[in-house]
Design a protein around this ligand. Sequence first.
Ligand code: UD1
Length: 355
Amino acid sequence: MKILTVLGARPQFIKAASLSRYIKKSKLPIQEIIVHTGQHYDKNMSDVFFHEMNIPKPNYILNSGSLSHAAMTAQIMIDLERIVEEETPDWVLVYGDTNSTLAGALVASKLHVKLAHVEAGLRSFNMAMPEEVNRILTDRVSNLLFCPTDGAVQNLRKEGFENFKNSHIICSGDIMLEGVNYYREKSESMEVSEDYLLCTIHRAENTDNEFKLRSIINALNELSASIQIVLPLHPRTRKKLFEFGIELKFPSIDPIGYLKMIDLIRGSRMVLTDSGGLQKEAYMLGKYCITLREETEWVELVDNGYNILVGSDKDLITKTTIDKLQDPIEISNSLYGDGNTSKIIIDSMISMSAL
Ligand code: UD1
């Protein structure tokens, strides 16, 4: 079986690493062709993950970074169409909700190559997010929809996916759990003993809105007077802070690799983020998460009291953070499967290839 994997952004490298590791370990007759779209291209946004996580070297590297949404999606589609035609894979495999995901999905669908979507069925119900558009359209043309949670399965059912010929919904658990389990053991020994909050901000809905970005940074500036804040800064956020003339009153750091990230989560008092992946990693590593968004795709975290949505309101962010610092949580359940997602994905692709 030949799988053509399309990836391009940081969270996709992390998810794909687990699946590639499983394919290698399983010794199954599977050939994986990796196409890196070039959406993320900085050393610390891309190369570091390939090195640290032993992701096989991409067979193709495209050049789509720093383009507008339409130009990026279109450029990937033009290059990918040629590659898929030459490689004639049994499957195209895409992850998540980025422009690279959508481009891969559209090319596979137009060329009538079977499409598998890992992280299917997630919804924020906010169509202003580019990610929401990408994931809904990708789901619609996918043949295998691997849902990380029961909630994601329910979302697809409500949208009528069970009636779509050629769409098969599978509750696979979350592939990110495999990465966390694997690297938690391997991550550098913890050197951090200080009290700190770990924070990331990169969503367009926050970074591209001056009012929201200023409000979040004001909250962090205020909190930094009483507790250290570790803020690995996404290139988009750095650019926008400069453009809007917003001042950070504490030092930030460059984006970091996955091992360091796992270490930093483990050592932190709490996580503040607008990232999807980090909300789950916080939970998987026993930390409370304050989410700097109005909604989340990971509703089970909120429902179980492990996550709170505070948006970008300065006073709400500071007050909630101070309150939650007094109120540590205990996590004992498992919301994202049992860490066997790669096996479920590969087994399903093999059985559907045989049809
Ligand atoms: C993208 C995804 C988002 C995912 C996130 C993970 C889309 C629409 N969004 O958002 O779903 O959660 O990746 O990080 O696909 N840039 C650099 N160097 C890099 C990468 C990006 O300077 O290595 C710059 C780009 O030129 C661009 C900005 O950062 O100006 C944003 O990058 P982009 O790929 O558009 O989206 P992300 O915010 O990273």
